[in-house]
Design a protein around this ligand. Structure first.
Ligand code: IDP
Ligand code: MG
Length: 141
């Protein structure tokens, strides 16, 4: 099924100048960018995005990190895009991520792990609406 997922190239990856490399990996995996913007998330925008994690001990550090510099926010579209992107990203902790995944290649720590990807269709819908309000979720490329 053709799906859409929300991806973020996080501030650590932008600082490392690997935006192009990450996007190339998306395209090579059949994940077509259909919307994209660079933005410096404020602390409160990061908190709203990660609201599901607000009770976690790492919430403050995570939202501080996510607002520490510009990110690139994208909608990716493709066959099974949500799972394909999760597999391409690798495990949350780059040290545990499979070799060749984006996090294994570019992630520095469990926090600064280079990329975000929606983890379910419900999450994708919320996250796409959060950053691209008003975009027709079902429109084709
Ligand atoms: P995911 O990004 O692989 O879906 P989540 O558990 O949803 O992982 O966590 C969201 C983000 O919070 C992670 O990508 C990472 O940046 C950060 N994070 C997760 N677990 C930890 C932790 O134990 N310490 C610090 N940061 C964490
Ligand atoms: Mg997650």
């Amino acid at each position: 099924m053709v799906e859409r997922t929300l991806a973020i190239i996080k501030p650590d990856a932008v600082k490392k100048c690997v935006i192009g490399d990450v996007i190339q990996r998306y395209e090579a995996a059949g994940l077509d960018p259909i919307a994209m913007k660079m933005m410096h998330l404020s602390k409160s925008i990061a908190e709203g995005f990660y609201a599901v994690h607000r009770e976690r001990p790492f919430f403050h550090d995570l939202t501080t990190f996510m607002s520490s510099g510009p990110s690139v926010v994208l909608i990716l579209e493709g066959e099974n895009a949500i799972q394909v992107n999760r597999d391409l990203m690798g495990a949350t902790d780059p040290q545990k991520a499979e070799a060749g995944t984006i996090r294994a290649v570019h992630g520095a720590s469990i926090e600064a792990n280079a990329v975000h990807g929606s983890d379910s269709s419900e999450t994708a819908k919320f996250e796409i609406g959060y950053f691209f309000p008003g975009m027709d979720f079902h429109a084709g490329r």
